[in-house]
Ligand binder design. Sequence first.
Ligand SMILES: Nc1ncnc2c1ncn2[C@@H]1O[C@H](COP(=O)(O)OP(=O)(O)O)[C@@H](O)[C@H]1O
Ligand SMILES: CC(C)(COP(=O)(O)O)[C@@H](O)C(=O)O
Length: 293
Amino acid sequence: MQERKWSAKAFAPAHITGFFCIHDHEDKRKKGSTGCGIVLDRGAVTTATYTEELEDTLIFLNGKQVDGNTTRTVVNMLTDIPLLVESVTNMPIGCGFGASGAGALSTAYAVNDVLSLNLTSSEIIETAHVAEVVNRSGLGDVIAQSYGGVVIRTAPGAPQYGDVDWIPAAGKEVLCLALGELGTSSIISDPDLAWRINSMGKGSMKRLMKSPTFETFMQCSQDFAFGTGLASNIVTDIIEAVGSAGGIASQAMLGESVFVTVGPDRREAVIEALSEFGEPSAYYLNNCRAGLL
Ligand SMILES: Nc1ncnc2c1ncn2[C@@H]1O[C@H](COP(=O)(O)OP(=O)(O)O)[C@@H](O)[C@H]1O
Ligand SMILES: CC(C)(COP(=O)(O)O)[C@@H](O)C(=O)O
């Protein structure tokens, strides 16, 4: 007889979107975003546990009980068995690092395993993507987090409907400064903002595809942050200070956060410039995908 599994653990990485376009569709699997972003070496590790005493699904984030609506939707889409879901993350939450997507995707992998649901990766990714779309907590993070690297989302939606390509890049360092939260739901639901996002996003996508390099990605992201008006005064000041110090910075969508790329010769100067505004953290590009641990 197969041994009963009580617990399963999975990982999903952080993802910063540089620029994006919103694609609405009544079929939530086909709704999503196109755009480009980077998958990073931090993420969420989630354990799903089955215990007989549990009456309702409980969700913990870094040891504290949370509503975790997107994660809860994932569990409800997959089972009516109550589960204990414990997620631990070393990325900023609500700041444009795709934390909700990483939580949802790692949960979907862990639940599939602990309950032996025998879903394929495409079905697992689709579940997490639909949960993000339904909760308006993200549109494209789950797709990028499923693949790793510098992901260009060329067509929106879950794996069977959407499409991706990559800018080949080695484990480059990315400096980040997370200042605060931006509500993903309120921004993507605002018709004026959505119009500006889409008109800037389309232009950024065209420009990137003409010259798909990491430098073009950074430049398009910066123009997107300014052109959409999403960059606050402080974010604008930081982006300019980094530029003067010899780096390229942009805003992590959708958060009050800045991410930076810089060559080794200007690294110290850029860190000094960033330190005027807060304590920067060093991340690395991650070419690894989400999955079971
Ligand atoms: N690993 C996780 N597990 C469960 N819920 C999470 C996790 N990470 C973030 N969340 C929830 O996601 C919400 C933040 O999502 P969102 O506003 O989309 O920001 P982000 O840019 O971090 O994705 C918060 O309510 C938070 O409790
Ligand atoms: C930019 C965003 C819509 C939200 O990203 P976050 O705030 O990190 O959940 C993302 O999911 C995307 O589609 O590119």
